[in-house]
Design a protein around this ligand. Structure first.
Ligand SMILES: [Zn+2]
Length: 170
């Protein structure tokens, strides 16, 4: 039929391997929809040493390179200190990490809290345009439909529904 897969799959065979191409589509679509200029600074970098270090981490990383080394520690998470522009800039990375770690570290849990923020009309939601909001809604819907078991295993199914409600403005 077709053989357009350019990247080797990171999934265990027989598990989510069949989703690998679809995952690449989500990541590429996120890059298209969240194509914005890299902010000069991501945090209030003059505030303190922690803010400065998080700013440097986000500055020296790229959308394709940033990973769990930078973002995987919820107790030392640069994204919590980032401006909404910074979060939008790295949205394709959040999508990639969520998909890559669906059966392991489950980065999706962090993405869900980032998308939930303080609830309806949170800052990130307000800073996104209609196309970006509908991409997020579609992605969360895809996760709810196709990764139900992983959501349940990580106790995130209610939060996913909540996030879907926020981003679809339901
Ligand atoms: Zn600070």
């Amino acid at each position: 039929m077709h053989n357009k897969r350019k990247h080797p799959t990171r999934y265990a065979p027989g598990c989510c391997g069949r989703y690998a191409e679809l995952d690449m589509d989500w990541i590429n679509e996120a890059k298209r929809i969240f194509r914005i200029e890299k902010p000069e600074h991501f945090t209030n970098y003059t505030h303190c040493e922690e803010c400065e270090e998080h700013d440097q981490t986000l500055n020296r990383s790229t959308i394709d390179s940033i990973g769990l080394d930078e973002l995987g520690n919820p107790g030392w998470n640069p994204i919590c200190f980032s401006s909404v522009e910074g979060k939008k800039y790295y949205m394709p990375s959040f999508i990639r990490l969520s998909l890559e770690t669906m059966h392991s570290e489950f980065y999706l849990g962090q993405l869900l809290s980032c998308l939930e923020g303080d609830g309806k009309e949170n800052k990130l939601y307000c800073a996104c345009n209609a196309e970006q909001r509908s991409f997020i809604t579609d992605f969360i819907e895809y996760i709810i439909l196709h990764h139900t078991e992983q959501l349940e295993a990580n106790g995130c199914e209610m939060e996913a529904l909540k996030v879907q409600g926020i981003w679809s403005n339901a």
